[in-house]
Design a protein around this ligand. Structure first.
Ligand SMILES: *Cc1c(COP(=O)(O)O)cnc(C)c1O
Length: 388
């Protein structure tokens, strides 16, 4: 994009981003109800994870998502770590992870001693490309009782983590079928998609186990926090056990039957989460309106396209994501620079995980689409309060 057309882009975006000094990528909305709930948690004296606020927050999550079980944790990464352990991911296993995701998805796999195996994404949903994956697995793997055997590494690919990127649901049905076909444990990383539905069912409720994040920049925040969702009672019990110190229930004795992780969310954070959950529907409406405003502002810019919710889904539009018509990182960066100079702090998509030093030797398929998206995808400031 040439400098004059970048100027033109700024002028259009100013229809949405005006009336403030600075526009950060995503700021939380916190008000009197958060203060009131936290303050009553403090007054009750039960402020640790033993507080009743943890169970209240879990109930609010279950009631919003219709998930049977939810276990709240200190962050989304720890939720994913527990989830992977509970479904039986062991050292030496491989787990399919999209090259396009936040680093936490791959890190949680690494914590278990397993290796992430990176796969490509598709253009429209920014989620794992099911057609490419099916073809790849049929060529590169052999059947195995616990998944498939990677012919190159001789390791077992045991599970797949599907990420709903920037809040937009991926092709869940198609990926589910592939998991059935190759006996892969299906896991959803729904950290970004609280409030996003696929065929009228909440994301995160399609898989054996899934996770949410309540980090400061997510649609609902507890400062830091996460949750595991599952529809399976035994798995829920196991995850809850692992997320504590794996203490055997007893009125006074300290006895533990596993190595637990002490990942439970403190009551203070859960109290904040309860207040935030009451506002979730309002947040979603505002974000969807913001997306509409950006789309309308960009309608005359053929070089910039808003990523919209895929068919059969209702997205939370956690981030307002656009695709620039460019094939160079330099050009992408020069547009980011112009936006930053205007104090519109847009951010690029993540650097691809498999290119980072810790992951550069991990198995991967051809990642052409991810590499292309890396040069094009930018997130615009997306705070819900921009819509008033
Ligand atoms: C935010 C996020 C997580 C979890 O992050 P935490 O900061 O640990 O809560 C995991 N996966 C994705 C895709 C995320 O965006």
């Amino acid at each position: 994009m040439s400098a004059p057309s970048a100027k033109d882009l700024i002028d259009s975006l100013r229809q949405v981003y005006h009336g403030r000094e600075e526009f950060f990528l995503h700021e939380p909305i916190v008000g009197v109800s958060e203060e009131a709930f936290i303050s009553s948690c403090l007054k009750e004296g039960w402020i640790s994870s033993a507080s009743a606020w943890g169970r209240k927050f879990e109930n609010a999550i279950c009631s919003f998502t219709s998930s049977k079980h939810s276990i709240v944790t200190v962050n989304g990464t720890s939720a994913l770590h527990c989830a992977l352990l509970a479904v039986g991911i062991n050292p030496g296993d491989e787990v399919i992870v999209p090259a396009i995701s936040f680093i936490a998805t791959a890190n949680a796999v690494s914590y278990t001693g397993a290796t992430p195996h990176f796969v490509d994404s598709e253009d429209i949903t920014l989620g794992i490309d099911p057609i490419k994956l099916d073809k790849y697995l049929s060529q590169e793997t052999l059947p195995h009782k616990d998944g498939v055997l990677n012919k190159k590494t001789n390791k077992i690919i045991k599970a797949l983590i599907l990420v709903h990127t920037f809040g937009h649901p991926a092709q869940i049905d198609e990926i589910f079928k592939i998991c059935e076909k190759y006996k892969l444990i299906f896991i959803e990383d729904a950290a970004e998609s609280l409030g996003s539905f696929y065929k009228n069912k909440h994301t995160g409720c399609f898989s054996r186990v899934s996770i949410l994040s309540f980090n400061g920049n997510k649609i609902v925040t507890t400062g830091g926090g996460g949750a595991v969702l599952t529809q399976d009672q035994l798995l829920a019990d196991q995850i809850r056990h692992l997320s504590t110190t794996a203490k055997v229930a007893h009125p006074w004795e300290y006895s533990h039957d596993q190595i637990g992780f002490n990942y439970r969310m403190p009551g203070i954070n859960a109290a904040m989460g309860c207040a935030q959950m009451q506002k979730l529907n309002e947040f979603i409406l505002k974000k969807r309106e913001l997306a509409r405003m950006v789309m309308s502002a960009l309608k005359n810019h053929s070089a910039v396209k808003l990523i919209t919710e895929p068919q059969n889904t209702r997205s939370n539009y956690w981030l307002i994501t656009v695709k620039l018509n460019t094939n160079s990182l330099e050009e992408r960066n020069s547009i980011l620079k112009i936006l930053h100079d205007e104090k519109i702090y847009a951010r690029p998509i993540w650097n691809l995980i498999p290119n980072l030093p810790m992951y550069k030797n991990c198995p991967r398929m051809n990642l052409d689409t991810a590499l292309d998206l890396e040069k094009k995808v930018v997130n615009l400031p997306s705070s819900a309060f921009l819509v008033e």
